[in-house]
Ligand binder design. Structure first.
Ligand code: G6P
Length: 367
């Protein structure tokens, strides 16, 4: 089908704006009619059959897996090993009994992910895939293919596919928690109810677009940027740095906030913007002290937080953007937006091609 930009300047902008609607589609597909249970249409899957999961992918899909690790561990008490497909495939890792292997890919054709999946066929108990293209090789060859229903994604830098991957992975973690009895039906119904409200929350966050545009004009002046996050925000920091370098060509790195003093702090000076992704959760105080360490060295902090975080954060922050409040377990899906919007508007400010960045391909089907 022919897809146009629907009045947007770039496909990337259109795909960012589509997120409330496509996440809504994914939720409708995977929730029971009363919204209280996760259902996997056409798939026979019970997480009590696994003692552990391995998750493998490339690029942005890999960061979706890293996020899912936190969810599966916290919600379902399941150990999860996450790996980059190009490493996994040649390492010949042992796969213990009762392991579920899960592969995440927008295109379903990434060569390394496909090879990693083939390695697991006959070794893992079950091979699952989370894909956007339902007729792709990865979808066809997996035991169970779970569609993310993001619709065609044209922008080379993945946006709506990432948040739909996160949505489906969170639903899977909630199903695992249900199957394994690690969360009560009431707790699960609560989270699912909050999840059903997420598309509306994302719509509110999209109204902050002008604030991201202003912040991006500041970022566009920099040659280097650092992204920091803790816990569920660590994979999001990685995604923010990846997006920025992909489409604006600014060198960006991400670190878990706690690693700041083990290296990157040596780079901090007044030319180094540090983007901190931190809703006011149980780890917020620790992140505030990391920010102070940055500011004490002249570093410029761009804080992406929620209302409580904005109130608690100390003076001296360079730029601050306050997102709507959200159930902490859902925060990665909402905080994908700042990662996308900062990179997008920085690319626009610098005049680089957000949809078709140099040297990158939408789907890497050769090694
Ligand atoms: C390329 C794309 C990325 C994508 C990665 C994995 O590098 O530019 O946006 O995350 O491949 O692609 P996949 O189709 O497997 O998700």
């Amino acid at each position: 089908t022919q897809v146009d930009k629907g009045g947007h300047k770039h496909f990337m902008a259109k795909e960012i704006a589509e997120q409330p609607s496509v996440i809504g589609d994914a939720l409708r597909h995977y929730l029971s009619d009363d919204g209280r249970d996760v259902v996997l249409p056409g798939a026979d899957l019970d997480f009590t059959q696994f003692d552990r999961m391995i998750m493998v992918a490339c690029g942005t899909a890999y960061y979706a897996c890293l996020t899912a690790k936190y969810w599966f561990e916290q919600l379902a008490g399941m150990p999860v090993e996450v790996d980059i497909a190009s490493e996994f495939r040649y390492r010949e890792p042992p796969i213990p009994a009762r392991t579920g292997a899960l592969f995440v890919s927008q295109s379903g054709e990434t060569a390394d992910t496909l090879a990693a999946m083939r390695y697991c066929e006959g070794r893992a108990d079950k091979v699952l895939s989370v894909v956007n293209v339902p007729e792709s090789s990865i979808a066809r060859e997996s035991d169970i293919a779970l569609p993310i229903l993001a619709g065609t994604e044209i922008g080379v830098a993945s946006t709506k596919a990432f948040t739909c991957q996160l949505t489906v992975l969170l639903l899977l973690a909630l199903k695992a928690a249900h199957d394994r009895g690690t969360r009560s039906p009431e707790e699960l119904a609560d989270t699912l109810s909050n999840l059903r409200g997420l598309p509306a929350t994302i719509n509110h966050a999209l109204e902050l677009d002008p604030a991201f545009k202003t912040a991006a004009r500041q970022l566009a002046e920099a040659d280097n940027a650092l992204f920091l996050g803790r816990g569920l925000m660590y994979p999001l920091a990685l995604e923010g740095a990846l997006k920025l370098k992909e489409i604006s060509y600014i060198h960006a790195e991400a670190y878990a906030s706690g690693e700041l003093k083990h290296g990157p702090i040596a780079l901090i000076d007044k030319t180094m913007p540090v983007v901190v992704m931190a809703p006011c959760d149980a780890l917020f105080d620790k992140t505030v002290s990391n920010m102070q360490e940055v500011m004490a060295r002249g570093g410029k902090v761009m804080l992406i937080t929620d209302r409580a975080g904005a109130e608690a954060a100390n003076d001296g922050v360079w730029t601050q953007i306050t997102l709507p409040d959200v159930d902490p377990i859902l925060s990665p899906i909402l905080y994908a937006l700042p990662a996308q919007l900062l990179a997008y508007h920085t690319a626009v400010a610098k005049g680089t091609d957000a949809d078709q960045p140099r040297n990158l391909a939408k789907s890497v089907t050769v090694e």
